[in-house]
Design a protein around this ligand. Structure first.
Ligand SMILES: Cc1cc2nc3c(=O)[nH]c(=O)nc-3n(C[C@H](O)[C@H](O)[C@H](O)COP(=O)(O)OP(=O)(O)OC[C@H]3O[C@@H](n4cnc5c(N)ncnc54)[C@H](O)[C@@H]3O)c2cc1C
Length: 442
């Protein structure tokens, strides 16, 4: 009999397991594939390992601007895949050790739900007081019949980049993939159904990215209606300027992700979201008694850090606490070059301060001059949203996220001295601009 049984050992599941064990609960966890889930094996870590190498490659190619003469560098997908394997296997071993040292029982098999308190896994029947579902998501299939296309699951095993690639979907994963493959020399076309790529980011970020990634052909407001051919593939597209057919060696579908429900749960009748995810309240409880859900399986905020934060909230509730998930203040991040990140809600009716990367001394020392920060505040001078397009924006957003989470005013945000010369000064200058006192903006 467990206090908490968890299905799925991605960032949502394994962090819940370790936390619950630290709080003295008896914990079991089932995982049918590798520990660490999509994040460690086919998502965040592999993608960022590739992007780190690619960004370094691009910097080496640009070395003469830094006063360094080097020969032509070479990069290969096979070498990137090997490096990724080394990183991932260490992290997976680390998670295994964490679970072991926390005395969490691991069941390496598919779990099936019989009732909110009874789970079947690998021939064993398990009883639990509480159940946490953290079964993640898989790439969403195209809504019409098509030949087998690549998804993000296939990319990290490739040994050679295609000469040409069509990416369907210009969201976070589609844009990161466009960055990876265009840097490797592929001719990349991104087809996006909405009127802009990265639709959840500031409009300015979308248009700046399209300008910066000039080697990529972005087609927006366009619908893919049919795909045929088994490589090269032909893609029929309805675009604002008319119908056309595009051809590429491969196609990568990045049209979102579908929650994966464990077998047996639907039969218990939980409330589901429109996209099939499990509906949860602010304590991460589903509508089934004693059944919690965290991460991608809830069909919202599909980021690893949202999954692990939700895990913390769910475990707190199981142990009688009152922590609540703040769904509005979950940052979003994109590892393009430059990186893009934002936190906070809608900015309609807010006043805005802005500052360009080009005017930052630190950015100049890095030979970077593209990007900006926007800071938005309401009529009471409280921060509502911060968005950044800059080197290391995915790091800077942590500081911005704290400010939004604490509901700070612009003045409070500006209270501490900001170190110089740093990229963080972009936040200071944008906030000062909002007050009309930015020293470095005429
Ligand atoms: C290419 C790519 C890049 C990404 N980059 C980022 C990033 O930079 N930052 C970020 O925060 N997020 C990123 N994400 C998203 C991130 O990977 C997910 O949000 C995160 O993995 C969700 O965690 P999870 O715990 O909900 O589920 P998952 O990581 O999907 O783990 C779920 C686990 O449950 C297991 N499972 C499922 N059903 C069962 C069952 N019945 N029995 C036993 N086990 C089961 C699965 O095998 C899987 O291991 C990226 C995703 C992709 C695809």
């Amino acid at each position: 009999m467990y206090d908490l049984f968890i299905i799925g050992a991605g960032p949502g599941g394994y962090s819940a397991a370790v936390l619950a064990a630290k709080k003295g609960l008896r914990v079991g966890i089932a995982e049918k594939q590798a520990l660490g889930g999509v994040c460690t094996n086919r998502g965040c870590i592999p993608a960022k390992a590739y992007i780190e190498s690619i960004n370094l490659y691009k910097r080496i190619r640009n070395a003469s601007r830094f006063g360094i003469e080097v020969g032509q560098p070479a990069i290969s997908l096979a070498a990137l895949a090997k490096r990724k394997e080394r990183i991932v296997s260490r992290l997976v071993k680390g998670i295994e050790l964490l679970l072991k040292n926390s005395a969490v029982d691991l069941y390496p098999a598919t779990a099936e739900i019989v009732s909110p308190h009874t789970i079947r896994v690998g021939g064993t029947t398990i009883e639990t007081a509480n159940l946490l579902i953290a079964t993640g998501s898989i790439p969403r299939p195209l809504p019409f019949p098509a030949p087998k296309l690549w998804t993000s699951d296939d990319v990290f095993a490739l040994e050679k980049a295609p000469a040409s690639l069509i990416i369907i979907g210009g969201g976070v994963i589609g844009c990161e993939m466009a960055h990876i493959f265009s840097s490797l020399g592929a001719k990349v076309t991104v087809i996006e159904a909405l009127d802009r790529v990265l639709a959840s980011e500031d409009r300015e970020a979308s248009s700046a990215l399209v300008k910066i990634m000039r080697e990529v052909d972005f087609i927006t407001g366009a619908r893919v209606c049919a795909i045929d051919g088994a490589g090269p593939h032909r893609v029929s597209v309805e675009a604002p300027d008319g119908a056309r057919t595009l051809e590429a060696e491969h196609i990568l579908a990045c049209i979102g992700r579908t929650p994966v429900l464990p077998p047996g749960v639907k039969e218990l009748g939980p409330d589901l979201r429109e996209n099939g995810g499990l509906k949860v309240d602010e304590y991460m409880q589903t509508t089934l008694p004693h059944v919690y859900a965290v991460g991608d399986v809830t069909g919202a905020h599909m980021f690893a850090y949202a999954a692990s934060k939700a895990a913390e909230v769910a475990v707190d509730h199981v142990t009688g606490g009152d922590k609540r998930m703040s769904f509005e203040n979950i940052p979003s991040i994109v590892f393009t070059d430059p990186e893009i990140a934002s936190v906070g809600g809608a900015y309609d009716g807010c006043s805005k301060g802005t500052f360009p990367v080009a005017a930052l001394g630190r950015a100049r020392t890095m030979e970077v001059n593209e990007g900006f920060a926007n800071v938005y505040a309401d009529a009471n001078g409280r921060l509502k949203r911060i968005s950044i397009m800059a080197p290391h924006a995915t790091e800077l957003i942590a500081w911005a996220g704290l400010a939004i989470d604490l509901n700070l005013s612009v003045e409070e945000f500006l209270h501490p001295p900001y170190t110089h010369p740093t990229l963080s000064e972009i936040l200071k200058e944008a906030a000062e601009d909002l007050l009309g006192v930015s020293v470095h903006k005429a």
